[in-house]
Ligand binder design. Structure first.
Ligand code: HEM
Length: 477
């Protein structure tokens, strides 16, 4: 109470009045990126909130995002600690949820060399092609039977198989411990862990823990985590056992296993432990699958509801590739221009991480002239920024043509378009994500024509804000 009443020494950004103890918890709905106008129109592009005891600044303009991610990149590149993050990262031994420091830098460096480098991407391309061939075969069967397909589930399986094969040396189709169609369920469990507000995150010490115990929240999260944990442990086992069932090439996890075994001998600066291995497996699976799948699902959703754009994209693809191809390869992407602009437009309209991942300030900084003290959580509203009418004409319209004469790109240098973030914590998987999305969509759009099974479902399935492409009609082209 005293804290709330005494005049603050800080010139904090404006924001709604905070109630004692809970702060703005009752306003957390307004944080939904789609409600951007509620907050921004009232308070401006930099808004101060407090969720329980967690001070938070939400940034919703290109200029303010540039200050956070470029000018103050170093001061803003840590992550806040959260119960869900701690579980999924095996006590902060991964990349995505870990505070900034030497260990994180080493893990990022390793992943860039062993997983995300252009050389590695090139060497994995046959796996992406083979997985897409399987998808096309399955869809052709549905098309010839004229039976609708659950495209959402199908795409989760496709992307899950690609990420597990290329990143984790695991073939999902032959896996004994997971059915290939349960990728979506596993990711829903992970989403529960990253998006559920749990009292321990908001209130310090025992009080939060007690509230979680009474409300049963902690138990729910633990049970969601245990399924993921079993999956990650099985993948780890296949790397540790000599009679390994792992069939693919030497991957990032193998490199880390090697480092772990050798570390006593040559004592490098980074010493991976079993938790680091599990953290990295969790990172690759969680960060790689849902983001790329969501982008593909939204692309198909927007295309199905915009027949003109669908025709323009398919015309380009079919004219460039010719009509009689039996198989698509990575090479076929080379001469497609409009198709790639369409993918860019999808990432603008539907960034899979609309608020990126939360950052935390490591020291006091100023954003747009306001004070932001150390240990403040920073949320960059990439969704709102990519639909800001100041920078985008008819921002809510799906129109790939807007990029025809534009040099704006998604690689973190243009702050009005940040689907992958920017700065030190930018997504290291950009090239891999784009490679998965583009090849998958190319196969879907070259071989098949798409529509909704029944007209009356159109309104419900496609115009909603949720990604809900459950049943679509697929026809052989
Ligand atoms: C369309 C696909 C993808 C999108 C839109 C995407 C987006 C993002 C975003 C917004 C972040 C947070 C950046 C920030 O805090 O500024 C992130 C982080 C990350 N992404 Fe991606 N991602 C994609 C694909 C992938 C793939 C395929 C992988 C790996 C298999 C991956 C691995 C990671 C990792 C490890 C991080 C954590 C980086 C860190 O905290 O230092 N991502 N991604």
């Amino acid at each position: 109470l005293w804290k709330n009443l005494k005049p603050s020494k800080w010139n904090l950004p404006p924001g709604p009045r905070k109630l004692p103890i809970i702060g703005n918890l009752h306003k957390s709905r307004e944080l939904n990126p789609r409600n951007r106008r509620n907050l921004t129109e009232k308070y401006g592009p930099v808004v101060h909130l407090r969720f329980g005891f967690v001070p938070t600044v939400v940034v919703s303009s290109k200029e303010a995002a540039e200050e956070v991610l470029k000018t103050h990149d170093l001061e803003c590149c840590s992550r806040p600690e959260k119960v869900g993050f701690r579980m999924l990262s095996y006590n902060y031994k991964n990349i995505g949820f870990t505070r900034y420091g030497e260990e994180l830098r080493e893990m990022r460096k390793l992943s860039v060399v062993e997983l995300f480098s252009p050389k590695k991407l090139q060497s994995f391309k046959y796996m992406r092609e083979e997985e897409n061939d399987l998808l096309v075969k399955k869809l052709m069967e549905s098309a010839s039977r004229l039976s609708p397909v659950n495209l959402k589930k199908t795409l989760y399986t496709l992307v899950g198989s690609i990420v597990c094969r290329t990143g984790l040396g695991t073939n999902l189709h032959e896996c004994e411990y997971i059915h290939e169609d349960s990728v979506e369920d596993l990711l829903n469990k992970a989403e529960l862990l990253t998006t559920t507000s749990i009292f321990s995150d908001l209130f310090p010490g025992r009080i939060g823990e007690l509230m979680d115990l009474i409300s049963g929240q902690k138990k729910r999260l633990e049970s969601a985590f245990s399924e993921l944990d079993t999956f990650f442990l099985n993948i780890l086992d296949s790397h540790l056992k000599p009679e390994s069932t792992k069939i693919e090439s030497f991957d990032l996890i193998d490199v880390m296993v090697d480092m772990m075994r050798k570390q006593d001998k040559d004592g490098g600066s980074f010493k991976p432990t079993t938790d680091h291995l599990k953290g990295m497996i969790s990172d690759i699976f969680l960060a790689g699958v849902s983001t790329s799948t969501s982008t593909m699902i939204w692309a198909m959703t927007e295309l199905i509801r915009s027949p003109k754009v669908m025709k323009k994209v398919q015309d380009e693809i079919r004219t460039t590739l010719g009509e009689k191809k039996e198989r698509i390869t990575v090479q076929d992407l080379t001469n497609l221009h409009y198709f790639k602009l369409m993918v860019k437009e999808i990432l603008r309209l539907h960034p899979p991480a609309p608020l990126l991942l939360p950052r935390e300030t490591m020291s006091d900084i100023k954003i747009q002239g306001y004070d932001v003290p150390a240990k403040t959580q920073i949320l960059i509203n990439a969704y709102a920024i990519a639909r800001d009418p100041k920078h985008w004409k008819n921002p809510d319209e799906f129109n790939p043509d807007r990029f025809v004469d534009s040099s704006i790109d998604y690689r973190g240098l243009n702050f009005e378009l940040l689907p992958f973030g920017s700065g030190r914590r930018i997504c290291p998987g950009i090239a891999m994500g784009i490679a998965i999305v583009e090849l998958g969509l190319l196969n879907l759009l070259y071989f098949f024509d798409w529509g909704l099974p029944e007209k009356e479902e159109a309104g419900e399935t496609i115009t909603g804000n949720e990604v809900a492409l459950d049943l679509v009609q697929v026809l052989n082209h």
